[in-house]
Write a protein that binds this ligand. Structure first.
Ligand SMILES: Cc1cc2nc3c(=O)[nH]c(=O)nc-3n(C[C@H](O)[C@H](O)[C@H](O)COP(=O)(O)OP(=O)(O)OC[C@H]3O[C@@H](n4cnc5c(N)ncnc54)[C@H](O)[C@@H]3O)c2cc1C
Length: 476
Protein backbone atom coordinates (compact mmCIF):
# COMPACT_ATOMS: atom_id res chain seq x y z
CA UNK A 1 0.00 0.00 0.00
CA UNK A 2 1.35 3.42 -0.87
CA UNK A 3 0.36 7.01 -0.28
CA UNK A 4 1.00 10.05 -2.42
CA UNK A 5 2.23 13.43 -1.30
CA UNK A 6 2.38 16.69 -3.18
CA UNK A 7 5.49 18.75 -2.78
CA UNK A 8 5.53 22.21 -1.23
CA UNK A 9 5.01 24.89 -3.83
CA UNK A 10 8.28 26.76 -3.85
CA UNK A 11 11.19 24.63 -5.01
CA UNK A 12 13.82 27.31 -5.36
CA UNK A 13 16.03 28.56 -2.53
CA UNK A 14 14.18 31.23 -0.58
CA UNK A 15 15.06 34.09 1.70
CA UNK A 16 13.79 35.45 4.97
CA UNK A 17 14.92 38.94 5.74
CA UNK A 18 14.70 41.05 8.83
CA UNK A 19 16.11 44.43 9.66
CA UNK A 20 18.97 42.56 11.33
CA UNK A 21 20.02 39.95 8.86
CA UNK A 22 19.16 38.31 5.60
CA UNK A 23 18.99 34.55 5.89
CA UNK A 24 19.16 31.93 3.24
CA UNK A 25 17.60 28.47 3.38
CA UNK A 26 18.06 26.03 0.60
CA UNK A 27 15.16 23.64 0.72
CA UNK A 28 16.20 21.80 -2.41
CA UNK A 29 19.00 20.28 -0.47
CA UNK A 30 16.53 18.61 1.87
CA UNK A 31 14.62 15.46 1.13
CA UNK A 32 11.96 17.30 -0.75
CA UNK A 33 9.05 15.37 -2.26
CA UNK A 34 8.00 15.57 -5.85
CA UNK A 35 4.29 15.93 -6.69
CA UNK A 36 4.01 12.25 -7.41
CA UNK A 37 6.34 10.82 -4.81
CA UNK A 38 4.90 7.63 -3.40
CA UNK A 39 5.92 6.53 0.04
CA UNK A 40 5.44 3.13 1.58
CA UNK A 41 2.86 3.36 4.35
CA UNK A 42 4.66 1.11 6.82
CA UNK A 43 8.02 2.87 6.58
CA UNK A 44 7.74 6.33 8.03
CA UNK A 45 10.18 8.69 6.34
CA UNK A 46 11.19 12.23 7.13
CA UNK A 47 10.48 14.44 4.16
CA UNK A 48 11.19 18.10 4.90
CA UNK A 49 9.23 21.16 4.00
CA UNK A 50 9.43 24.87 4.85
CA UNK A 51 6.46 25.57 7.09
CA UNK A 52 3.75 23.03 7.87
CA UNK A 53 0.35 24.58 8.39
CA UNK A 54 -2.17 22.18 9.93
CA UNK A 55 -5.85 22.90 9.18
CA UNK A 56 -7.33 24.62 6.12
CA UNK A 57 -10.04 26.64 7.84
CA UNK A 58 -9.97 30.41 7.50
CA UNK A 59 -7.10 30.72 9.99
CA UNK A 60 -4.90 28.15 8.24
CA UNK A 61 -5.68 29.62 4.83
CA UNK A 62 -4.80 33.12 6.05
CA UNK A 63 -1.53 31.84 7.50
CA UNK A 64 -0.70 30.08 4.23
CA UNK A 65 -1.56 33.21 2.21
CA UNK A 66 0.78 35.29 4.31
CA UNK A 67 3.62 32.76 3.92
CA UNK A 68 2.94 32.59 0.20
CA UNK A 69 3.02 36.38 -0.09
CA UNK A 70 6.51 36.28 1.48
CA UNK A 71 7.66 33.47 -0.84
CA UNK A 72 8.04 31.08 2.06
CA UNK A 73 7.51 27.45 1.09
CA UNK A 74 4.79 25.69 3.02
CA UNK A 75 2.40 22.82 2.90
CA UNK A 76 -1.16 23.02 4.21
CA UNK A 77 -2.40 19.75 5.71
CA UNK A 78 -6.16 19.39 6.01
CA UNK A 79 -7.76 16.44 7.75
CA UNK A 80 -11.09 16.57 5.92
CA UNK A 81 -12.00 16.35 2.25
CA UNK A 82 -12.18 20.11 1.59
CA UNK A 83 -11.02 23.55 2.66
CA UNK A 84 -13.03 25.92 4.85
CA UNK A 85 -13.28 24.13 8.19
CA UNK A 86 -16.51 25.31 9.76
CA UNK A 87 -17.24 27.43 6.68
CA UNK A 88 -18.48 24.91 4.17
CA UNK A 89 -21.44 24.49 1.85
CA UNK A 90 -23.02 21.32 0.45
CA UNK A 91 -24.83 21.15 -2.86
CA UNK A 92 -27.93 18.98 -2.32
CA UNK A 93 -30.73 18.50 -4.86
CA UNK A 94 -30.06 21.91 -6.42
CA UNK A 95 -29.84 23.73 -3.05
CA UNK A 96 -26.80 25.34 -1.43
CA UNK A 97 -26.73 24.24 2.19
CA UNK A 98 -24.26 26.05 4.40
CA UNK A 99 -23.18 23.80 7.23
CA UNK A 100 -24.98 25.91 9.80
CA UNK A 101 -26.40 29.39 9.40
CA UNK A 102 -23.57 31.85 8.83
CA UNK A 103 -23.58 35.50 7.87
CA UNK A 104 -20.72 37.40 6.33
CA UNK A 105 -20.54 41.01 7.58
CA UNK A 106 -18.92 43.15 4.91
CA UNK A 107 -17.27 45.48 7.45
CA UNK A 108 -14.98 42.79 8.88
CA UNK A 109 -11.66 44.67 8.65
CA UNK A 110 -9.29 41.78 7.90
CA UNK A 111 -11.75 40.31 5.42
CA UNK A 112 -11.85 43.63 3.58
CA UNK A 113 -8.09 43.40 3.16
CA UNK A 114 -8.05 39.80 1.99
CA UNK A 115 -11.21 39.08 0.02
CA UNK A 116 -12.44 40.15 -3.38
CA UNK A 117 -16.04 41.08 -2.52
CA UNK A 118 -17.07 41.62 -6.11
CA UNK A 119 -16.34 38.04 -7.08
CA UNK A 120 -18.15 36.77 -3.99
CA UNK A 121 -21.28 38.45 -5.37
CA UNK A 122 -22.55 39.22 -1.88
CA UNK A 123 -26.32 39.17 -1.42
CA UNK A 124 -27.66 41.45 1.30
CA UNK A 125 -30.01 40.81 4.19
CA UNK A 126 -32.45 43.50 5.30
CA UNK A 127 -30.65 45.60 7.95
CA UNK A 128 -32.74 44.68 10.93
CA UNK A 129 -34.95 41.79 11.90
CA UNK A 130 -38.54 40.74 12.33
CA UNK A 131 -39.28 39.56 15.84
CA UNK A 132 -42.02 37.04 16.61
CA UNK A 133 -43.58 38.09 19.88
CA UNK A 134 -47.05 37.65 21.32
CA UNK A 135 -48.37 35.98 18.17
CA UNK A 136 -47.24 38.77 15.82
CA UNK A 137 -44.18 39.99 13.93
CA UNK A 138 -42.56 43.28 14.90
CA UNK A 139 -39.82 45.00 12.92
CA UNK A 140 -36.54 46.17 14.42
CA UNK A 141 -34.80 48.24 11.74
CA UNK A 142 -31.51 50.04 11.37
CA UNK A 143 -32.47 53.73 11.51
CA UNK A 144 -29.66 54.76 9.15
CA UNK A 145 -30.54 52.34 6.35
CA UNK A 146 -34.31 52.00 6.91
CA UNK A 147 -35.31 55.26 8.55
CA UNK A 148 -39.09 54.99 8.03
CA UNK A 149 -39.29 51.35 9.15
CA UNK A 150 -37.32 52.32 12.21
CA UNK A 151 -39.52 55.33 12.95
CA UNK A 152 -42.66 53.18 12.59
CA UNK A 153 -41.23 50.58 14.97
CA UNK A 154 -40.43 53.09 17.73
CA UNK A 155 -43.52 52.21 19.73
CA UNK A 156 -43.66 48.45 19.11
CA UNK A 157 -43.45 46.13 22.14
CA UNK A 158 -39.95 44.84 21.38
CA UNK A 159 -38.49 47.63 23.46
CA UNK A 160 -39.30 51.07 24.77
CA UNK A 161 -38.52 54.31 22.95
CA UNK A 162 -35.64 54.75 25.41
CA UNK A 163 -34.28 51.32 24.37
CA UNK A 164 -34.28 52.39 20.76
CA UNK A 165 -32.45 55.60 21.62
CA UNK A 166 -29.94 53.55 23.61
CA UNK A 167 -29.26 51.46 20.49
CA UNK A 168 -28.33 54.76 18.79
CA UNK A 169 -25.98 55.78 21.61
CA UNK A 170 -24.38 52.31 21.66
CA UNK A 171 -23.74 52.70 17.97
CA UNK A 172 -21.96 56.01 18.55
CA UNK A 173 -19.94 54.55 21.44
CA UNK A 174 -18.57 51.64 19.40
CA UNK A 175 -17.95 53.76 16.31
CA UNK A 176 -15.71 56.10 18.27
CA UNK A 177 -13.40 53.22 19.27
CA UNK A 178 -10.92 51.37 17.09
CA UNK A 179 -11.30 47.60 16.68
CA UNK A 180 -8.12 47.12 18.67
CA UNK A 181 -9.46 49.25 21.52
CA UNK A 182 -12.69 47.28 21.50
CA UNK A 183 -10.99 43.90 21.63
CA UNK A 184 -8.76 44.91 24.53
CA UNK A 185 -11.23 47.07 26.48
CA UNK A 186 -12.43 46.29 30.00
CA UNK A 187 -14.87 43.43 29.69
CA UNK A 188 -17.98 41.97 31.29
CA UNK A 189 -20.53 39.41 30.18
CA UNK A 190 -22.65 40.97 27.41
CA UNK A 191 -25.76 40.65 29.56
CA UNK A 192 -24.13 42.81 32.26
CA UNK A 193 -23.11 45.41 29.71
CA UNK A 194 -26.66 45.60 28.31
CA UNK A 195 -28.09 46.08 31.79
CA UNK A 196 -25.45 48.66 32.66
CA UNK A 197 -26.26 50.63 29.51
CA UNK A 198 -29.86 50.68 30.72
CA UNK A 199 -31.65 48.43 28.23
CA UNK A 200 -34.98 47.15 29.52
CA UNK A 201 -35.70 43.49 30.24
CA UNK A 202 -38.16 43.54 27.32
CA UNK A 203 -35.64 44.40 24.64
CA UNK A 204 -33.04 42.08 26.17
CA UNK A 205 -35.47 39.13 26.12
CA UNK A 206 -37.22 39.89 22.85
CA UNK A 207 -34.34 41.17 20.72
CA UNK A 208 -30.83 40.88 22.19
CA UNK A 209 -31.18 37.29 23.40
CA UNK A 210 -32.28 35.82 20.07
CA UNK A 211 -30.17 38.17 17.91
CA UNK A 212 -26.80 38.20 19.69
CA UNK A 213 -27.54 34.84 21.30
CA UNK A 214 -27.81 33.52 17.73
CA UNK A 215 -24.48 35.07 16.78
CA UNK A 216 -22.65 33.78 19.88
CA UNK A 217 -24.74 30.56 20.18
CA UNK A 218 -25.24 31.72 23.75
CA UNK A 219 -28.74 32.89 24.67
CA UNK A 220 -27.61 33.63 28.25
CA UNK A 221 -25.39 36.35 26.72
CA UNK A 222 -22.46 35.41 28.93
CA UNK A 223 -20.06 36.03 26.02
CA UNK A 224 -17.60 38.88 26.51
CA UNK A 225 -18.78 42.44 25.90
CA UNK A 226 -15.68 42.81 23.70
CA UNK A 227 -17.26 40.51 21.14
CA UNK A 228 -20.60 42.30 21.46
CA UNK A 229 -18.98 45.67 20.75
CA UNK A 230 -16.92 44.24 17.89
CA UNK A 231 -19.96 42.76 16.16
CA UNK A 232 -22.07 45.84 16.91
CA UNK A 233 -19.47 48.04 15.23
CA UNK A 234 -19.21 45.73 12.21
CA UNK A 235 -23.00 45.66 11.89
CA UNK A 236 -23.13 49.46 12.06
CA UNK A 237 -20.55 49.82 9.30
CA UNK A 238 -21.38 46.91 7.01
CA UNK A 239 -24.07 44.73 5.52
CA UNK A 240 -25.09 41.23 6.50
CA UNK A 241 -24.60 39.11 3.42
CA UNK A 242 -24.34 35.67 1.87
CA UNK A 243 -22.05 34.94 -1.08
CA UNK A 244 -24.18 33.92 -4.08
CA UNK A 245 -22.37 30.59 -4.33
CA UNK A 246 -22.67 29.73 -0.64
CA UNK A 247 -20.61 30.62 2.41
CA UNK A 248 -17.84 28.24 1.28
CA UNK A 249 -17.06 30.66 -1.56
CA UNK A 250 -15.08 32.62 1.05
CA UNK A 251 -12.46 29.97 1.93
CA UNK A 252 -12.50 28.71 -1.65
CA UNK A 253 -11.52 32.15 -2.89
CA UNK A 254 -8.57 32.20 -0.50
CA UNK A 255 -7.52 28.64 -1.36
CA UNK A 256 -7.58 29.45 -5.08
CA UNK A 257 -4.81 32.01 -4.50
CA UNK A 258 -2.45 29.37 -3.14
CA UNK A 259 -0.31 27.15 -5.35
CA UNK A 260 -2.52 24.26 -6.37
CA UNK A 261 -0.16 21.61 -5.00
CA UNK A 262 0.26 23.26 -1.61
CA UNK A 263 -2.91 21.91 0.01
CA UNK A 264 -3.10 18.25 0.99
CA UNK A 265 -6.64 17.13 1.80
CA UNK A 266 -7.52 14.01 3.83
CA UNK A 267 -4.24 14.47 5.70
CA UNK A 268 -5.11 14.33 9.36
CA UNK A 269 -2.28 15.08 11.76
CA UNK A 270 -2.25 12.84 14.82
CA UNK A 271 0.76 14.22 16.68
CA UNK A 272 3.34 16.98 16.70
CA UNK A 273 6.82 16.17 17.89
CA UNK A 274 9.07 18.94 19.18
CA UNK A 275 12.02 16.57 19.73
CA UNK A 276 14.47 19.18 21.04
CA UNK A 277 15.01 20.70 17.60
CA UNK A 278 13.75 24.03 16.30
CA UNK A 279 11.77 22.36 13.56
CA UNK A 280 8.96 20.16 14.79
CA UNK A 281 7.77 17.18 12.81
CA UNK A 282 4.20 16.02 12.43
CA UNK A 283 2.81 12.53 12.15
CA UNK A 284 -0.12 11.87 9.84
CA UNK A 285 -2.94 9.40 10.48
CA UNK A 286 -1.32 6.94 8.10
CA UNK A 287 1.99 6.87 9.98
CA UNK A 288 3.89 9.22 7.70
CA UNK A 289 6.12 11.78 9.36
CA UNK A 290 6.76 15.18 7.83
CA UNK A 291 9.47 17.44 9.20
CA UNK A 292 9.32 21.21 8.90
CA UNK A 293 12.43 23.28 8.31
CA UNK A 294 10.97 26.51 9.56
CA UNK A 295 8.19 25.53 11.88
CA UNK A 296 4.63 24.37 12.31
CA UNK A 297 1.49 26.51 12.47
CA UNK A 298 -1.36 24.65 14.13
CA UNK A 299 -4.61 26.07 12.72
CA UNK A 300 -7.13 23.54 14.01
CA UNK A 301 -10.22 24.22 16.12
CA UNK A 302 -9.74 24.65 19.88
CA UNK A 303 -10.69 21.11 21.06
CA UNK A 304 -8.36 19.53 18.50
CA UNK A 305 -5.56 21.98 19.41
CA UNK A 306 -6.01 21.05 23.08
CA UNK A 307 -5.58 17.36 22.14
CA UNK A 308 -2.59 17.80 19.84
CA UNK A 309 -0.84 20.13 22.29
CA UNK A 310 -1.63 18.25 25.50
CA UNK A 311 1.36 18.75 27.80
CA UNK A 312 2.91 21.29 25.40
CA UNK A 313 1.23 24.47 26.64
CA UNK A 314 -1.81 24.30 24.38
CA UNK A 315 -5.17 25.93 25.01
CA UNK A 316 -7.23 25.15 28.07
CA UNK A 317 -10.71 24.88 26.73
CA UNK A 318 -13.53 26.72 28.49
CA UNK A 319 -16.88 25.00 28.68
CA UNK A 320 -19.58 24.80 27.61
CA UNK A 321 -18.52 25.15 23.98
CA UNK A 322 -21.12 26.70 21.70
CA UNK A 323 -23.29 24.36 19.65
CA UNK A 324 -26.09 24.76 17.15
CA UNK A 325 -28.47 22.82 14.95
CA UNK A 326 -29.50 24.09 11.54
CA UNK A 327 -32.48 22.52 9.77
CA UNK A 328 -33.23 23.08 6.12
CA UNK A 329 -36.66 22.77 4.52
CA UNK A 330 -37.85 23.36 0.99
CA UNK A 331 -41.09 24.88 -0.24
CA UNK A 332 -42.52 26.14 -3.50
CA UNK A 333 -41.07 29.59 -4.03
CA UNK A 334 -44.47 31.17 -4.68
CA UNK A 335 -45.94 29.65 -1.51
CA UNK A 336 -43.72 31.08 1.15
CA UNK A 337 -45.32 33.72 3.38
CA UNK A 338 -42.81 36.55 2.74
CA UNK A 339 -40.46 37.50 -0.05
CA UNK A 340 -38.23 39.81 2.04
CA UNK A 341 -34.56 39.03 2.70
CA UNK A 342 -35.16 39.40 6.41
CA UNK A 343 -34.05 37.45 9.47
CA UNK A 344 -36.85 36.27 11.76
CA UNK A 345 -36.13 36.08 15.48
CA UNK A 346 -38.00 34.23 18.17
CA UNK A 347 -38.71 36.90 20.79
CA UNK A 348 -41.51 34.94 22.41
CA UNK A 349 -39.32 33.30 25.05
CA UNK A 350 -40.96 29.97 24.17
CA UNK A 351 -40.08 27.07 21.88
CA UNK A 352 -36.80 25.80 20.46
CA UNK A 353 -36.38 27.93 17.33
CA UNK A 354 -33.94 30.80 17.78
CA UNK A 355 -34.05 32.31 14.32
CA UNK A 356 -34.99 31.46 10.75
CA UNK A 357 -35.02 32.98 7.28
CA UNK A 358 -35.88 32.19 3.71
CA UNK A 359 -32.39 31.80 2.26
CA UNK A 360 -33.57 32.08 -1.34
CA UNK A 361 -35.10 35.49 -0.53
CA UNK A 362 -31.58 36.70 0.33
CA UNK A 363 -29.70 34.76 -2.35
CA UNK A 364 -31.97 33.26 -5.04
CA UNK A 365 -29.02 31.13 -6.15
CA UNK A 366 -29.39 29.05 -2.96
CA UNK A 367 -32.14 27.01 -4.63
CA UNK A 368 -33.63 25.99 -7.97
CA UNK A 369 -35.73 28.75 -9.63
CA UNK A 370 -39.11 27.49 -8.41
CA UNK A 371 -38.07 26.37 -4.94
CA UNK A 372 -37.49 28.23 -1.69
CA UNK A 373 -34.93 27.22 0.88
CA UNK A 374 -35.92 27.68 4.52
CA UNK A 375 -33.14 27.79 7.13
CA UNK A 376 -34.00 27.34 10.81
CA UNK A 377 -31.44 27.60 13.63
CA UNK A 378 -31.54 26.29 17.17
CA UNK A 379 -29.04 26.96 19.95
CA UNK A 380 -27.56 23.84 21.55
CA UNK A 381 -27.20 20.33 20.20
CA UNK A 382 -30.47 18.57 21.15
CA UNK A 383 -28.57 15.28 21.34
CA UNK A 384 -31.49 13.37 22.83
CA UNK A 385 -33.85 14.22 19.99
CA UNK A 386 -33.70 12.48 16.60
CA UNK A 387 -33.53 14.49 13.38
CA UNK A 388 -37.11 13.51 12.48
CA UNK A 389 -38.46 14.48 15.87
CA UNK A 390 -36.58 17.77 15.78
CA UNK A 391 -37.94 18.58 12.30
CA UNK A 392 -41.47 17.78 13.50
CA UNK A 393 -41.03 20.05 16.54
CA UNK A 394 -39.79 22.88 14.33
CA UNK A 395 -42.68 22.49 11.89
CA UNK A 396 -45.16 22.60 14.73
CA UNK A 397 -43.56 25.67 16.26
CA UNK A 398 -43.30 27.59 13.01
CA UNK A 399 -46.91 26.71 12.18
CA UNK A 400 -47.86 29.16 14.90
CA UNK A 401 -45.72 31.80 13.17
CA UNK A 402 -46.76 31.40 9.54
CA UNK A 403 -49.89 29.21 9.61
CA UNK A 404 -50.25 25.46 9.72
CA UNK A 405 -51.21 25.00 6.07
CA UNK A 406 -48.11 26.86 4.85
CA UNK A 407 -45.55 25.24 7.13
CA UNK A 408 -46.88 21.66 6.92
CA UNK A 409 -46.22 21.83 3.18
CA UNK A 410 -42.47 22.33 3.75
CA UNK A 411 -40.27 19.33 3.07
CA UNK A 412 -37.41 18.59 5.44
CA UNK A 413 -34.18 18.51 3.45
CA UNK A 414 -31.31 18.10 5.88
CA UNK A 415 -30.22 18.78 9.46
CA UNK A 416 -26.75 19.89 10.50
CA UNK A 417 -25.71 19.45 14.11
CA UNK A 418 -22.60 21.44 14.89
CA UNK A 419 -21.18 20.33 18.23
CA UNK A 420 -18.34 22.82 18.20
CA UNK A 421 -19.63 25.93 16.46
CA UNK A 422 -17.59 28.42 18.45
CA UNK A 423 -15.29 28.43 21.45
CA UNK A 424 -16.66 29.71 24.73
CA UNK A 425 -15.60 33.36 24.90
CA UNK A 426 -16.93 34.34 28.31
CA UNK A 427 -14.78 36.71 30.39
CA UNK A 428 -11.95 36.64 31.16
CA UNK A 429 -10.71 36.63 27.56
CA UNK A 430 -7.44 37.52 25.93
CA UNK A 431 -8.24 38.21 22.29
CA UNK A 432 -4.69 38.97 21.22
CA UNK A 433 -2.82 35.98 22.59
CA UNK A 434 0.76 35.32 21.62
CA UNK A 435 0.64 32.64 18.91
CA UNK A 436 4.06 31.21 19.86
CA UNK A 437 3.86 27.97 21.84
CA UNK A 438 7.46 26.87 21.54
CA UNK A 439 10.42 27.25 19.25
CA UNK A 440 9.07 26.61 15.77
CA UNK A 441 5.53 25.92 16.98
CA UNK A 442 2.75 28.48 16.56
CA UNK A 443 -1.03 28.39 16.85
CA UNK A 444 -3.90 30.23 15.23
CA UNK A 445 -7.67 29.94 15.13
CA UNK A 446 -10.77 31.82 16.17
CA UNK A 447 -10.29 30.82 19.82
CA UNK A 448 -7.25 33.12 20.00
CA UNK A 449 -8.99 36.26 18.79
CA UNK A 450 -12.68 36.97 18.17
CA UNK A 451 -14.66 33.84 17.31
CA UNK A 452 -15.63 35.18 13.90
CA UNK A 453 -14.51 34.82 10.30
CA UNK A 454 -12.48 37.96 10.82
CA UNK A 455 -10.84 36.76 14.03
CA UNK A 456 -9.80 33.52 12.34
CA UNK A 457 -8.25 35.44 9.42
CA UNK A 458 -6.39 37.82 11.73
CA UNK A 459 -5.04 35.00 13.87
CA UNK A 460 -3.73 33.14 10.81
CA UNK A 461 -1.81 36.15 9.58
CA UNK A 462 -0.46 36.85 13.07
CA UNK A 463 0.83 33.31 13.51
CA UNK A 464 2.64 33.44 10.16
CA UNK A 465 4.11 36.85 10.99
CA UNK A 466 5.25 35.61 14.41
CA UNK A 467 6.90 32.54 12.91
CA UNK A 468 8.80 34.57 10.35
CA UNK A 469 9.87 37.12 12.93
CA UNK A 470 10.98 34.38 15.29
CA UNK A 471 12.99 32.58 12.64
CA UNK A 472 14.69 35.75 11.50
CA UNK A 473 15.85 36.40 15.06
CA UNK A 474 16.60 32.90 16.28
CA UNK A 475 18.65 31.95 13.23
CA UNK A 476 20.51 35.26 13.06
C1 LIG B 1 -22.78 27.18 12.34
C2 LIG B 1 -21.78 28.26 12.48
C3 LIG B 1 -22.16 29.56 12.25
C4 LIG B 1 -21.25 30.59 12.34
N1 LIG B 1 -21.64 31.85 12.02
C5 LIG B 1 -20.72 32.81 11.91
C6 LIG B 1 -21.09 34.07 11.40
O1 LIG B 1 -22.24 34.29 11.03
N2 LIG B 1 -20.13 35.03 11.32
C7 LIG B 1 -18.84 34.80 11.72
O2 LIG B 1 -18.01 35.69 11.61
N3 LIG B 1 -18.46 33.59 12.21
C8 LIG B 1 -19.37 32.60 12.30
N4 LIG B 1 -19.01 31.38 12.77
C9 LIG B 1 -17.66 31.20 13.32
C10 LIG B 1 -16.63 30.98 12.21
O3 LIG B 1 -17.10 30.05 11.28
C11 LIG B 1 -15.34 30.48 12.85
O4 LIG B 1 -14.94 31.42 13.84
C12 LIG B 1 -14.19 30.34 11.86
O5 LIG B 1 -14.60 29.77 10.66
C13 LIG B 1 -13.10 29.50 12.51
O6 LIG B 1 -12.06 29.27 11.60
P1 LIG B 1 -10.75 28.47 12.05
O7 LIG B 1 -9.87 28.41 10.88
O8 LIG B 1 -10.25 29.08 13.31
O9 LIG B 1 -11.26 27.03 12.48
P2 LIG B 1 -11.95 25.88 11.61
O10 LIG B 1 -12.85 26.47 10.60
O11 LIG B 1 -12.56 24.94 12.59
O12 LIG B 1 -10.75 25.18 10.85
C14 LIG B 1 -9.95 24.18 11.43
C15 LIG B 1 -9.53 23.22 10.33
O13 LIG B 1 -8.60 22.30 10.86
C16 LIG B 1 -8.89 21.01 10.34
N5 LIG B 1 -8.34 20.02 11.27
C17 LIG B 1 -8.76 19.76 12.53
N6 LIG B 1 -7.99 18.82 13.08
C18 LIG B 1 -7.05 18.49 12.16
C19 LIG B 1 -5.96 17.59 12.17
N7 LIG B 1 -5.68 16.85 13.23
N8 LIG B 1 -5.20 17.50 11.05
C20 LIG B 1 -5.46 18.25 9.96
N9 LIG B 1 -6.50 19.13 9.91
C21 LIG B 1 -7.28 19.26 11.00
C22 LIG B 1 -10.40 20.98 10.29
O14 LIG B 1 -10.88 19.95 9.43
C23 LIG B 1 -10.68 22.39 9.77
O15 LIG B 1 -10.67 22.44 8.37
C24 LIG B 1 -19.91 30.32 12.71
C25 LIG B 1 -19.52 29.00 12.96
C26 LIG B 1 -20.44 27.99 12.82
C27 LIG B 1 -19.99 26.58 13.04
Amino acid sequence: MTITFSSFPCTTPFFVSSSHKRLRFNLQSSSQLSPTTTLPLQTPSLPNTGVIVIGAGLAGLAAALHLNSQNIPFVLLEGSDGVGGRVRTDFVDGFLLDRGFQIFITAYPEAQRLLDYKTLDLQKFYSGARVFYNGQFHTVADPIRHFWDSAKSLTNPIGSVVDKLLIGSTRIRVLTKSYQEILSADEAPTIDLLKKIGFSDSIIRRFFRPFFGGIFFDTELETTSRLFDFIFKCLALGDNTLPAKGISAIPEQLAARLPSDSILLNSKVVSIDLDESESPSVRLHNGQVLRSELGVILAVEEPEAAKLLAGKGGPVQKTPVRSTVCLYFTADRNQIPVQDPVLFLNGSGKGIVNNMFFATNVAPSYGPPDKALVSVSLIGLFEDVSDDELAAMVVEELSSWFGEKTVRAWKHLRTYRVGFAQPNQCPPTNLSKNPRIDSGLFVCGDYLTSATFDGALVSGRRAAEALLKDKAFTRA
